[in-house]
Design a protein around this ligand. Structure first.
Ligand code: SAM
Length: 280
């Protein structure tokens, strides 16, 4: 598909920016105008549109607008991720699971529910599943691991569970052998024993009604997602995540993210450099 070489005017940028923001909470500052321009020029080509103003009108008024909003979200999201990303933090995640199990603070029923909010193509979620298989040996506890994302494109790739060597650069040979089927020199597919404890849903973090339908979680990983939001959307996402957590449940953010000046809802119980939050 050839990309159309047209400029995004400031006026149309402002309209598109507001549209993206109102749906997703993702905020494109003036400095990120080039990014929106590059990402959306592919949509202009795909729809045979001549300029961004026409694209904006298509998103607002076309009979296909709902379909195109999905494409818009696929295009504007940043989906970078990898297996075993930020291992020091994931070690703390495993410790927290062990602590939940040992203190039995998850209540009478023996199921632990984990939510990868903004799961992208699934690497974080499958990493969690592998860490559980490798580290938690309590046979009477069941795990349910739910991945959600606003982009349908990344979710479809997550469900396929096929990855290249780059996505798996931090995985050991032993993990590759145990949890993946090798398709060719640089392609691996995740085994069913891992897939079977995972579920993926297309859910917008701005939409509390949809989040409530997921039922409550013991632990939420929302890493490298709210960095793309402005202060207002961060607040909204954090309130929605809080709603989705059990009392006593934990929230992990990305290592460069924090709730400082965003929300006082959670208690900071960070360990070392890991900002870890608890719903009291
Ligand atoms: C950079 S990836 C992070 C992936 C993974 N959590 C990690 O840390 O490796 C951010 C993901 O958040 C998703 N996202 C952005 N805004 C969202 C929203 N409002 N609701 C749900 N997901 C969103 C994007 O589609 C993207 O896949």
């Amino acid at each position: 598909m050839n990309c159309i070489n047209v400029n995004l005017s400031t006026k149309t940028f402002n309209k598109l920016k507001v549209l993206v923001y109102e749906i997703s909470g993702i905020y494109f500052s003036e400095q990120k105008k080039y990014l929106l321009e590059t990402r959306l020029s592919k949509r202009l080509s795909a729809l045979n549109l001549l300029n961004f103003e026409d694209y904006y009108n298509y998103l607002k008024y076309s009979s296909e607008k709902e379909l195109e909003i999905k494409e818009l979200l696929n295009s504007v999201t940043t989906n970078e991720t990898s297996f075993f990303r930020d291992m020091p933090q994931l070690k703390i995640f495993v410790d927290i699971l062990k602590q939940i199990i040992s203190t039995n603070s998850f209540g009478a029923y023996k199921k632990i529910r984990i939510w990868s909010a903004g799961c992208s193509t699934g690497e974080e979620l499958y990493t969690v599943a592998i860490l559980i298989k490798e580290n938690i040996f309590s046979s009477n506890i069941e795990f349910e691991i739910v991945g959600t994302d606003i982009s349908e494109k990344v979710l479809s790739s997550a469900k396929n569970g096929i990855y290249n060597g780059y996505a798996l650069r931090n995985a050991s040979e032993a993990v590759l052998r145990k949890y993946f089927n090798k398709i060719d020199d640089d392609t691996y597919s995740i085994k069913d024993e891992i897939k079977n404890i995972t579920v993926f849903r297309n859910i917008n973090l701005m939409d509390v009604k949809e989040i409530k339908l997921l039922n409550l979680f013991d632990v939420v990983l929302c890493r490298n997602v709210i960095i793309y939001f402005d202060a207002e959307s961060k607040k909204k996402a954090v309130v929605n995540i809080y709603t989705g957590l059990k009392t006593g449940g934990y929230l992990f953010l990305g290592h460069s993210e924090s709730l400082h000046s965003v929300s006082t809802l959670f208690k900071l119980v960070g360990i070392g450099k890991t900002p870890l939050y608890r719903k009291e």
